[in-house]
Design a protein around this ligand. Structure first.
Ligand code: UDP
Length: 421
């Protein structure tokens, strides 16, 4: 595809009115007021414009587009994700077709290593999710076929069965790879979380050491931010304003024609659902955040800090969950790919309860509380709640895109996304 701004790396410098969040110069009436310029907000704005010619004002409290997918080229020339590594993968053909419109993509099979003690307590680097190599390295086995690996799992599991990870891999891999990583990431042990959280990872009997199993796995040639630029910046139906706090503006009455919203348009809200209903006095929903400790390593041995883009640290004695080294990915700018950038940037991830919400915490208690919020949301028929934070679902990027596309279809069919002016 022809990419706008192809010659330059994202992010593009945005117009002053966009950056400064100037609402004075924004249209006073729009079909959709969209809160959040992440995947969900961008998909709705893009579809509403392309399919129906609807106008949107997209606002975001942050000073950039792209939500947690936002990436940029740092002062050393390395493409860096502000909110941690994002590896796109999908089995949904509709999503794969859709995202091709906004970027060229480089195939990339993500592979993760974990630093894990073996049976003698020596720390070894092994594939995660577990493969034949993982059990051979950790337990001195000689597993060499799928049948042998299946037999190994079967033997390991013999005494257990109650709980997802345990019942899949048995107690020894569970202890080494899942138990403490999960406690660090969620401040909960796997038993306190929905099985779906740990079922995100495959457990292989083969030698395939890719992290994901999906048919399409790729990275956008110029980063994720370029996708959002292509969705939001070149369309006269879409107005973008950054650094705008929806709740503040709503209280001040400075949003476009919000009072007449029922007649003139819809609100599309992609923020945390409990923040939207903060006045109701209900308990807050639980979210997890991540603190990133970025370190520039000027002279790494052989050019890299570590062996893989992501190395997990599943043991309890290391405070972070994983280290990401951006240099490994194939969608780095040319200067990185051809070896001109000698140093390397790493980011250690520390999970925390404080900070911007990144992850909902899937378990029965939180789901029950979310259901109470959902009931409130259903009564707001001029508001469309969409996305990971507003629907409190642990979506991957492709699932967020698909969900937004489907919600758009749905609302359109019901006549709720329609030109009203
Ligand atoms: N997980 C684990 N050990 C690992 C990797 C993952 O226990 O080495 C568990 C952990 O509970 C984690 C979940 O699997 O939160 C999902 O992992 P994923 O890498 O998909 O998490 P994300 O990339 O969304 O942070």
């Amino acid at each position: 595809i022809e990419e706008k701004g192809e010659k330059s790396e994202a992010p593009l410098d945005l117009p002053t009115d966009v950056k400064s969040g100037n609402l004075e110069t924004a249209p006073k009436k729009v079909d959709l007021l969209i809160v959040g310029a992440g995947l969900s907000g961008a998909v709705i704005a893009e579809r509403a414009s392309k399919e129906q010619g609807l106008t949107s004002l997209v606002i975001d409290v942050r000073d950039h587009i792209g939500g947690n997918c936002y990436d940029y080229v740092d002062e050393h020339g390395i493409r860096t994700s502000k909110y941690g590594a994002h590896l796109f993968h999908t089995k949904f053909e509709r999503v794969w077709e859709y995202v091709q419109q906004f970027s060229r993509w480089i195939p990339f099979d993500h592979r993760v290593k974990g630093q894990v003690p073996d049976k003698d307590g020596v720390k070894r680097l092994v594939p995660i999710p577990p493969t034949q190599e993982t059990v051979n390295t950790l337990f001195g086995e000689t597993v060499a076929s799928e049948e042998e690996m299946q037999a190994w799992y079967d033997a390991e599991r013999a005494a257990n069965g109650e709980e997802a990870a345990l019942s899949r891999v048995g107690p020894r891999l569970y202890e080494r790879i899942f138990k403490h990583y999960t406690k660090k990431q969620w401040d909960k042990y796997p038993a306190e979380l929905d099985a779906s959280v740990l079922m995100r990872l495959p457990c292989r009997t083969t030698t395939d050491d890719r992290y994901f199993g999906d048919q399409w796995q790729a990275l956008p040639l110029h980063g994720y931010t370029r996708i959002f630029e292509n969705m939001l910046l070149h369309d006269p139906n879409i107005t973008l304003r950054l650094g705008v706090d929806y709740f503040k503006e709503r209280a001040a009455g400075t949003l476009p024609d919000y009072g007449m919203l029922v007649d003139t348009g819809m609100l599309v809200y992609t923020g945390p659902i409990d923040a939207y209903f903060a006045q109701q006095g209900m308990p807050k929903l639980e979210y997890r955040s991540i603190r990133f400790e970025e370190v520039w390593v000027p002279e790494p041995e052989e050019g890299y800090f570590q062996e893989a883009m992501v190395v997990n640290y599943p043991s309890a004695d290391v405070p972070y969950t994983r280290i990401v080294e951006y240099k490994h990915v194939p969608n780095q700018p040319e200067a990185v790919k051809n070896g001109e950038v000698k140093g390397t940037l790493i980011a250690r991830e520390y999970s925390s309860a404080e900070g911007d919400p990144y992850y909902p915490v899937p378990n029965p208690e939180n789901r029950a509380l979310y259901e109470r919020y959902r009931a409130l949301a259903e009564a707001e028929d001029h508001v469309c709640f969409v996305g990971r934070l507003a629907s409190y679902k642990y979506f991957n990027m492709d699932q967020a895109i698909l969900n937004a596309l489907e919600i758009y279809d749905n609302y359109k069919e019901q006549g709720k996304f329609a030109p009203k002016r």
